[in-house]
Design a protein around this ligand. Sequence first.
Ligand SMILES: NC(=O)c1ccc[n+]([C@@H]2O[C@H](COP(=O)([O-])OP(=O)(O)OC[C@H]3O[C@@H](n4cnc5c(N)ncnc54)[C@H](OP(=O)(O)O)[C@@H]3O)[C@@H](O)[C@H]2O)c1
Length: 333
Amino acid sequence: MRAIVLDRTGKPDVLQISEIADPIVKDNQVLVRNKYAGVNYADLLARQGLYSWSPKRPYILGFEASGIVEEIGKKVTNIEVGDSVIAAAQTGGYAELNAVDEKLALGYPDHFNYKEAAAYIATWATAWLALTEMARVRKGERLLVQAAAGGVGTSAIILGKALGLEVYGTASTQRKRDFIESLGAHALTYENFDTELKDKPPNCVLESVGGDIYKRSNICLAPLGRIVLIGGSGIHVNKKNPFSLYKAWKALPKTNIAKVIKYSKGFMGLHIGRLIPQFDKLKHSLDHLNRLVSENEFRPIVSEEQIFNLADAGIAHQYIHDRKNIGKVLLKP
Ligand SMILES: NC(=O)c1ccc[n+]([C@@H]2O[C@H](COP(=O)([O-])OP(=O)(O)OC[C@H]3O[C@@H](n4cnc5c(N)ncnc54)[C@H](OP(=O)(O)O)[C@@H]3O)[C@@H](O)[C@H]2O)c1
């Protein structure tokens, strides 16, 4: 099969396509023929050797892909050949075939096409669990979403609106801010979000940028507000340069528990990758998400110009580095 095997870290051009043996299906696994793979910001970090949740190289990049089950292992009980699933695993998305444990082959809302299915789990489940299970948002509260035009950001806006929140979002360009507005959020810039929200402080912030944006998000929270940290896309690091390492360390969100108490704020973090193997324990919440998405026919934001051939995975990564994407970027194996 054709696959992007990460055998060395570096710039996007390390992503080269190669021909490798098809995966062999173990007893508890299903073999999925991938239709589309989601490209996540975490893939960019993994490619640069900056992602702690990565397995040992060489491995096939890609946490999520939609596809059709082509074969099942002897002990598989809940999935049949021909089922459409999302393979949500630590590796294997950027390939034609992926063998995943049965419990990592997830169903998804019926109205999605394969493109939307590949754009769903890493972003929508992250936004959902952050808002509902961690921040426990309530109708009428104000939500601020940082980097709101991206994959997680757009899903957080749509879900936030559905939960009855007043949603604000930041983005770097007017094109992105116009898009955020079209989803029903109030668009703000990174420069002015805290001054704009001075008289209407957010009860919850979904924070994924880090550095100064994290600090100002934290300061602008309402009393009893909650900040859920999910990433640091604004933190760039060259591991070989001690000054760059120091700057990145300075930009990492930190907290002082005495200050959390003093200011009565909730400081939380979430990592979807480490949660996926425990999705059975979160079934109640994820069923609720799927129901809400199905009833409202919500769809992940995908577009033809953001779909790249598997061989162009490096170009897809560069597209996200250049901050061009709105919603999700996909690969077509
Ligand atoms: N913890 C988890 O479980 C989890 C799960 C999924 C994603 N995440 C995190 O959530 C964030 C969004 O993920 P995603 O996959 O949906 O990516 P994305 O939002 O589609 O892309 C990242 C966005 O970050 C923004 N950004 C801000 N400062 C940046 C900078 N200096 N350089 C590059 N981009 C910058 C860009 O939007 P603007 O141009 O508008 O600033 C860019 O579109 C990432 O930080 C990711 O690591 C975490």
